[in-house]
Design a binder for this molecule. Sequence first.
Ligand SMILES: [Zn+2]
Length: 483
Amino acid sequence: MAKILIPTPLRQYVAKQDAVEVAGATVGEVLATLTSEHEELRRHLYSDEGKLRSFVNVYINDEDIRYLQKDKTPVADGDTISIVPSIAGGVTVETPAPPATLSKEEVLRYSRHLIMPEVGMDGQIKLKSASVLLVGAGGLGSPLALYLAAAGIGRIGLVDFDVVDFTNLQRQVIHGTSDVGRKKLDSAAAKMTEINPYVSIGRHEVALSSENALDIIKDYDIVVDGTDNFPTRYLVNDACVLLGKPNVYGSIFRFEGQATVFAYEDGPCYRCLYPEPPPPGLVPSCAEGGVLGILPGLIGLVQATETVKLILGKGEPLVGRLLLYDALAMRFRELKLRRNPECPACGDHPTITKLIDYHQFCGVPRQEQEPVPSQGLSEWEIHPVQVKGNLDRGDRFLLLDVREPHEYQICRIPAAKLIPLGELPKRVHELDSSEEIVAYCRSGVRSGKAVDFLRQAGFRKVKNMVGGILAWSDKVDPSVPKY
Ligand SMILES: [Zn+2]
């Protein structure tokens, strides 16, 4: 019998054992027995063609079998076989074999890295051997993709199905004016290849979902969360915890940003911090609340820095620490984060053992970015085209704009009365409950709340214009600017 030592990342496939006793005359036989008993382990060790993956090294006692008789190397009773997957800063590299050297052109390109002892040739090869998945090619994804490509990460995956629009350009610096209307994936990939043709780009033109997340994420060493919505954030977290992948987290809102590294070694995960999402609508998105264009650059680069440090295995990772940044005060703060033993995802007795329906979990309907449906409206809703028809017919009704004054300055529907949602309770006397009222805001969320409020106040002839002034611009009057 030989003893096979199982490295930490692979223990999950062998019932968490750190060593397994297996019989066999050669290393090949021993590994065949091992992988037949632990089917899951097989695809981590062997390619589809049945070859031992090139990033997995096997040692017998202290000798690499590549320098003995490879899989024909004889095994004696009491021998110790070690499986040693290549490690990049503590992260299992499941990408192609680390190249032994850099080309002459690459040496020149990375020379400012190579002369630093913290990176050097070993570090640069780690970067080249690493793979990083960026979820979202937007505000955070832009600086991440640009700098990680420049730094020489070997494989960068992008998950995005969006198209570049004019409102993106204020912060999504990987896209330019001429890219408007183009897929973000195409635009981003073109810029990254221009910066560094040695980077291979994994394109995932999908919305990350419970159905595809594990499949996509499993092929990367590190996941960087650049999403802007809670369902995807919980999805990324849970998938990373389940797969044992570090999740480099960042979020931005107006002038504030946050960053940390979740699900790394014994550190906490996003659910340790926030076990439950906020109720829908409580926390506005950047689309509703706005964001300083520069902010995702800064937070995205904090994420990029942490990613590079994890790969190099250098420095003190941002694990167990939540970095808070306030751009107005120009102040950084740090909060301690601890893994919660009761955490449903990464705790001692996890209840999340597979991915769930995250839209349902967060109470957010799917495809919230989708255009307004013209059917299926409730009696409290009205489509912008119907509103236009009513106006054209000369129907008497009040158009109530519940946005903020600075939004009203950007665009408005003529003759609308402005009462910001927050002022509605104290100004409700300005409205006549016998009159028909159509409320609108930017996208229909706040005006929906205004309609709910007015109904509770006894108004019976009040409707929410679904999709807000954005839908008005799309469906009725394209001269109205979108913001
Ligand atoms: Zn947790």
